[in-house]
Design a protein around this ligand. Structure first.
Ligand SMILES: Nc1ncnc2c1ncn2[C@@H]1O[C@H](COP(=O)(O)OP(=O)(O)OP(=O)(O)O)[C@@H](O)[C@H]1O
Ligand SMILES: [Mg+2]
Length: 256
């Protein structure tokens, strides 16, 4: 077990929807917990929760019950694996999508309390640039921006980075390029956005790597299990494992 006095709090975000945030979050969470870290996954897609579905979890209490004062944060946690906890969100509750300042403050307090029991906190966000998405990004120490090579995904990722730079002064982001045809394609997409972000936003990007397009990902989603468990030797699982190793190094140096 790594001795870590402060947990690393990381937000997984994207701008564009459907680029692989949730599947990256749950699989990274599993990889890191199997590497002996205590990991908390927070479902920050407050109105359209997916983390519990991708892990096949039975959910009782959710973050909504916690915010409404009907449950303690610790009581809402679900434990899919040794050293891996999930704080589930709700689905189909539009009010949860745009948390007001009071809810944001309370959630920040609860997460701070929960985080002390973990080495890494991974917060999966909704798509878009709504208030909850921006709040999770502001709250996090580390921001992983996920994109695919699709120009719309890259443009939306850039737009999100721009808002976070201008509104919160965030000047350092980590990038994962998902659903790629090759490592080369991932690197090319990263090099382009890193150059533009540096030139026009004075933002530094750090490349965590790419995850190849892999049918095992889709199959695992349908089985409601992480692909790192169903196909541990597959291309996507090996790529996520490598990203996990880089994230572990962020625990000692969050801005490489
Ligand atoms: N590397 C990959 N290879 C193949 N399919 C993938 C890959 N990554 C994601 N997918 C597919 O894309 C779908 C969307 O992924 P996911 O739900 O993780 O995206 P998301 O960014 O969380 O979406 P949302 O914005 O709706 O929350 C998955 O159901 C999966 O089938
Ligand atoms: Mg999602």
């Amino acid at each position: 077990m790594i001795e870590n006095p402060l947990p690393l709090i990381v937000c997984v975000t994207s701008g564009k929807g459907g680029v692989g945030k949730t599947s990256l979050t749950v699989n990274l969470g599993l990889c890191l917990s199997r590497a002996d870290l205590r990991v908390l996954i927070v479902d920050g897609d407050m109105g359209l929760a997916n983390v519990d579905l991708m892990l096949g979890l039975e959910v009782g209490r959710t973050v909504r019950d916690v915010l409404e004062g009907d449950a303690e944060p610790e009581d809402a946690l679900v434990w899919p694996d040794h050293g891996l906890a999930v704080l589930p969100a709700t689905s189909g509750v539009p009010e949860m999508v745009s948390m007001g300042p009071e809810d944001q403050a309370r959630l920040g307090e609860y997460l701070g309390r929960l985080a002390t029991g973990f080495d890494v906190v991974l917060m999966d966000t909704a798509a878009g640039i709504g208030s909850s998405v921006l709040w999770f990004n502001d709250y996090a120490q580390g921001n992983i921006v996920v994109m695919t090579p699709d120009p719309t995904a890259v443009t939306d990722a850039y737009a999100l980075i721009k808002v976070l730079r201008q509104r919160y002064g965030k000047d350092h982001f980590h990038v994962v390029v998902n659903d790629t045809a090759s490592d080369h394609e991932g690197r090319r997409v990263y090099d382009n956005i890193a150059r533009v972000a540096d030139t026009y936003l004075q933002v530094t990007l750090n490349y965590l790597g790419s995850v190849p397009s892999d049918p095992a990902v889709r199959q695992a989603v349908r089985q409601q299990r992480p692909f790192c468990a169903t196909a541990p030797d597959g291309r996507a699982a090996r790529a996520v494992e490598a990203i996990g190793t880089r994230i572990r190094s962020l625990m000692t140096d969050p801005k490489p």
